[in-house]
Design a protein around this ligand. Structure first.
Ligand SMILES: Nc1nc2c(c(=O)[nH]1)N[C@H]1C(S)=C(S)[C@@H](COP(=O)(O)OP(=O)(O)OC[C@H]3O[C@@H](n4cnc5c(=O)[nH]c(N)nc54)[C@H](O)[C@@H]3O)O[C@H]1N2
Ligand SMILES: Nc1nc2c(c(=O)[nH]1)N[C@H]1C(S)=C(S)[C@@H](COP(=O)(O)OP(=O)(O)OC[C@H]3O[C@@H](n4cnc5c(=O)[nH]c(N)nc54)[C@H](O)[C@@H]3O)O[C@H]1N2
Ligand code: SF4
Ligand SMILES: [Mo]
Length: 740
């Protein structure tokens, strides 16, 4: 050990599991990364991606200085020059064409970065644009919409209480690999094993016999996109076989009769062909779930990224209600986060609920949901001329050229923009189109608190990480970059006094909740600035907070900082009716817009079943993270992974050989991929991972370019959406395949 040897704690920001890590360093060099066994939430668990935080920090391709495009080439410039370029070019576009001429697009890491989560709203407010897009609409918007309609808030998402459960029905999720989503659950493997060891049962329904299925008691194939039929069959069975038990929730539920009537036309026998799950299996699963003492059905991205995503998301929670498993120990429960939880604000037990469709996208007419438009509309909003056309873009931690369907159209559209800024850590397939790239910081250089994932955690906790390494001289934190952008947009200039403005903005917000106590609150927060001051405010005024002295034993940021492995806040507790924010004060089991949307199901069932012979779905892999971790040697090494899994029966029919190359076509769209024969696949279904395709020119991703892989999204159609939520359809697209 040298004098400089130090040990730090950092919550891993690379996936939703949010594992606590111990990071050893010598000076500014990371020497070791391991799981923090003392972490109150993750207890030492980690996956191979955690170790890559060192390579990410050291990656020579990671951007360290701002880049400005001059004559088509990026040149490194100072921060002031970069902001000057933005100040020169962005405000005139707004002045000439209005606020909506500037779009924003956010990527997945925003949800994992306190700075980005807490300060993007400042920029959004300064911009005042309706053209806001994010990765949510290639992901979880359907779930947020369905819970919003049922429980009254977008973030009131119930999560399985796995530690106390003895039955889990997993639909369209592979937590063994993804480490959980909309369900923060480090070490799913260990928890699933414990569940089974105590006599419980796990059943997986998925078009692929996944790693999660292999570690379960049973697995059933389902036709991609068939979930709504499967879930209707289950709900029907619960009513028909008199298995509905609302229990404690009975007085808090509205719409039971309407739901019963709505599912009445859909017995399993009628649904079986459409979902590929036999009727007797559907009936058995409904009985098992209803009979489980403590259990839940959990669905994730596979149930969202399809044309009935919102209906499927709704039916999952409706079934948890019908079987008495919602808000019950061992069932699907509501976390209570220590800070920032929307569902701990406002008056308990009632609220305004959610509204959607307050405006529509200009070209496709897609409804706004949560203040966002579908990211699959972004390209057409840029490349379709006319009033309201998008002329400038601010992209933050997103790579939609690879992560969204038909990136080729988006890439061409980005080239037409008058101006584009990226806040990113790489020069990649999306940021290459920018005029200015502002580098974000490495996760080892900033402070962290889970703004999003505390609200989705299977157990309540409060954990904070201080920056592990110092930022380079002149490198702002990401909240400062966002606030600087906001100041430029507001016409305050790039040299505005950010600290003064930041304080004024915060004070305005405190005033709304604290009223006359505002000076007292601001004084208590005064020693801190930026994100940490906001965090202190949120913790202290949150459900476990010290309320600025009124609850002296309550939480403050100082208290959380003093516990480097976190503070445990116990298992989830029953929260109904307190958590509800619907106007009725009840769980809305049968929201009108969802009942109306069932018309599409009825229509589909009325038409002949034209099942394509071959469809494609995606796949996540442990050593990968969407599109952006392919440049890290520790993860990129090993066997070639961007393979198309094909069932041997399909391969024989199509003349495809294991290890051979194949063309995959969807109409005029085509990619080439390496074939891997796999009995895991449902016959007629091919699986290709997403996030690959690093062979586009103009990027700076040396390692990723060596094995670029095939881009699944290049095959997909940006016009296919769940009409209700606007979420993209990524699953079950008809393809043709033949050997190259
Ligand atoms: N076909 C198909 N497509 C999919 C999916 C699928 O299952 N199938 N999944 C979808 C899902 S769930 C998601 S969430 C989206 C993800 O979509 P995106 O968020 O657009 O894609 P990512 O690959 O996560 O890109 C993250 C970007 O953030 C940058 N970045 C990483 N860390 C930081 C940081 O700390 N600061 C800053 N400023 N930038 C950073 C990276 O360089 C990269 O450019 O992809 C979606 N696309
Ligand atoms: N290692 C790793 N971890 C990640 C990520 C990553 O890229 N790599 N991405 C992160 C992100 S952004 C997210 S959103 C989460 C997602 O976390 P999960 O939802 O667990 O994601 P997947 O592993 O894609 O699991 C989706 C499953 O749905 C199945 N499926 C596909 N179509 C259908 C269908 O129509 N119906 C049903 N029932 N199933 C279907 C697929 O076969 C797959 O097994 O993972 C996060 N964690
Ligand atoms: S499971 Fe997720 S949070 Fe945990 S170490 Fe791996 S990438 Fe990080
Ligand atoms: Mo995601």
């Amino acid at each position: 050990m040298t004098e400089q040897h130090a040990v730090a704690h950092r919550i891993c920001p690379l996936c939703e599991a949010s594992c606590g890590l111990v990071i050893e360093r010598e000076g500014q060099q990371v020497t070791r990364i391991r799981g923090d066994e003392a972490d109150v939430f993750s207890a030492g668990f980690l996956c191979p991606k955690a170790v890559s935080l060192k390579e990410l920090h050291d990656d020579g391709d990671r951007l360290r200085s701002p880049l400005v495009k001059r004559d088509g080439r990026f040149v490194a410039v100072s921060w002031d020059e970069a902001y000057a370029e933005i100040e020169r070019r962005l405000p005139p576009i707004i002045a000439a064409h209005g606020a909506d001429a500037v779009a924003t697009v956010l990527g997945n890491p925003v949800a994992h970065k306190m700075s980005l989560m807490l300060y993007f709203p400042r920029l959004a407010r300064a911009l005042g644009t309706r053209n806001m897009y994010s990765a949510s609409s290639v992901d979880q918007v359907p779930k947020m919409l369905s819970v919003g309609l049922m429980f009254g808030n977008w973030m009131t998402v119930p999560v399985p209480d796995i530690d106390r459960s003895d039955y889990l029905l997993v639909l369209g999720a592979n937590p063994m690999v993804s480490n959980g989503s909309m369900w923060t659950v480090p070490d799913y493997r260990g928890k699933a094993k414990a569940l089974r060891a105590r006599g419980g049962k796990i059943v997986v329904v998925d078009p692929r016999r996944t790693e999660t299925a292999q570690a379960a008691d049973a697995h059933h194939f389902i036709r991609p996109g068939g979930d709504v039929f499967f879930l209707l069959g289950l709900a029907h069975t619960l009513f028909e076989e008199n298995l509905v038990r609302l229990g404690r929730l009975a007085p808090h539920v509205a719409g039971l009769d309407a739901l019963q009537a709505a599912v009445q036309p859909y017995p399993p026998e009628r649904m079986a062909a459409r979902c590929g799950v036999p009727a007797d299996v559907m009936r058995t699963l409904a009985r098992e779930l209803a009979g489980a003492r403590r259990g839940a059905i959990y669905g994730r991205i596979g149930t969202c990224t399809q044309q009935y995503g919102t209906l499927a998301s709704w039916l999952i929670d409706a079934i948890n209600v019908l079987t008495g498993h919602l808000d019950a120990a061992g069932g699907a429960m509501f976390p209570k986060a220590a800070a920032f939880a929307a569902n701990t604000r406002g008056k308990p037990g009632t609220g305004r609920g959610v509204v959607m469709g307050r405006y529509r996208s200009r070209v496709a007419g897609a409804p706004e949901v949560m203040g966002e438009l579908p990211v699959t509309c972004l390209a057409e909003e840029i490349d379709t001329p006319g009033p309201g056309q998008v002329r400038a873009l601010i992209a933050i931690a997103g790579n939609p050229v690879l992560s969204a369907p038909n990136g080729a159209r988006l890439a061409a559209a980005l080239e037409q923009l008058d101006f584009m800024v990226s806040l990113d850590i790489y020069l990649n397939e999306t940021s290459r189109h920018a005029d200015v790239i502002l580098p974000g910081v490495s996760p080892l250089e900033d402070a962290h608190f889970d703004v999003s994932f505390g609200q989705l955690s299977h157990r309540n906790h409060a954990r904070y990480s201080a920056p592990v390494l110092a930022r380079a001289d002149g490198q702002p934190d990401e909240w400062e970059s966002l606030l600087r952008l906001a100041a430029i947009v507001k016409g305050m200039g790039r040299n505005a006094d950010l600290d003064a403005w930041d304080t004024a903005l915060l004070e305005e917000e405190v005033q709304k909740s604290a009223g006359p106590a505002t000076p007292h609150v601001m004084a208590a927060l005064a020693p801190r600035r930026g994100v940490e001051r906001m965090l202190d405010l949120a913790l202290r005024s949150g459900p476990y907070g010290d309320q600025f002295g009124a609850q002296p034993d309550g939480l403050t940021l100082a208290k959380v900082q003093a516990a480097p492995s976190g503070i445990d806040l116990g298992p989830m507790q029953a929260r109904i009716p307190e958590v509800l924010r619907t106007p009725s004060g009840k769980i809305e089991l049968a929201p009108a817009v969802l009942l109306a949307d069932l018309a599409r199901v009825a229509e589909a069932l009325g038409a002949p079943d034209e099942a394509p012979t071959l469809v494609i779905i995606g796949r996540r892999q442990l050593r990968s993270n969407n599109s952006w971790m392919h440049n890290l040697p520790v993860l990129a090494k090993g066997p070639y992974r961007c393979t198309a899994l094909v069932h041997p029966g399909d391969a024989a029919r199509l003349g495809l050989a294991d290890g051979g190359r194949a063309q995959i076509r969807n109409g005029a769209r085509m990619v080439e991929a390496q074939v891997e024969l796999s009995e895991e696949m449902m016959p007629g279904v091919v699986s290709l991972p997403h996030g690959w395709g690093h062979d586009l020119p103009g990027t700076q991703l040396g390692v990723a370019a060596e094995r670029p892989g095939a881009n699944l999204n290049a095959l997909l159609d940006e016009q296919l959406r769940d009409p209700l939520s606007g979420n993209a359809v990524l699953s079950g697209i008809a393809i043709e395949m033949r050997p190259c």
